[in-house]
Design a binder for this molecule. Structure first.
Ligand code: GDP
Ligand code: MG
Length: 178
């Protein structure tokens, strides 16, 4: 199964999907290392990072994070990437309507071909660029609600809502019953 776990310690595969340039790698680096590097290059090669968080009920969740190296551009490769994922974080850029459309494409893809119990999160990143916003929060809220997804706006640059994103995902994970 995708959640290898005992009742107190979950280990889950998490993938990020979304247009190139929306900030997927920066979200991961902010969450795992607490850093933002505005000069960072496009991810080359597969990148894998993990980070464990503790919840208030004293359970821990270890996220094994697969950061795409551009597989998302090749529709045929994407299923290899998200196979077995317990969590998919679908990211768009709040200044880019095209990236919001692409996010909706990925949601449909995951609903069709992802694990049946996958936890889906919709993330509007680059919230610090609110002066250039061109995707309204309400449109995203409505879309997420219709699709039973968790939604949040983040900024990898300022760290706004980055930890909250992963905490909310952790709370929504199916728990092992044994
Ligand atoms: P990816 O292709 O989705 O992995 O995108 P990256 O993480 O490589 O980020 C693409 C570009 O967006 C980089 O130049 C980042 O510095 C920038 N970026 C990422 N997150 C943010 C953010 O929250 N705010 C702003 N202003 N820029 C961001
Ligand atoms: Mg990247």
């Amino acid at each position: 199964g995708s959640a290898v776990s005992d009742s107190k310690n979950l280990r889950v595969k998490l993938v990020l999907l979304g247009d190139s340039g929306v900030g997927k790698s920066c979200i991961v680096l902010r969450f795992v290392r607490g850093q933002f590097d505005p000069t960072s290059k496009v991810t080359v090669g597969a990148s894998f990072l993990s980070q464990t968080i503790a919840l208030q009920d004293s359970t821990t969740v270890k996220f094994e994070i697969w950061d795409t190296a551009g597989q998302e551009r090749y529709a045929a490769l994407a299923p290899l990437y998200y196979r077995g994922a317990a969590v998919a974080v679908v990211v768009y850029d709040i200044t880019s309507p095209e990236s919001f459309s692409k996010a909706q494409y990925w949601v449909k893809e995951l609903q069709k071909h992802g694990s049946p119990d996958i936890v889906l999160a919709l993330v509007g990143n680059k919230a610090d660029l609110h002066e250039n916003r061109s995707v309204s929060s309400q449109d995203a809220i409505d879309y997420a609600e219709k699709n039973g997804m968790f939604f949040i706006e983040t900024s990898a640059k300022t760290a706004d809502n980055i930890n909250q994103l992963f905490e909310e995902i952790a709370k929504r994970l199916p728990r092992p019953t044994s």
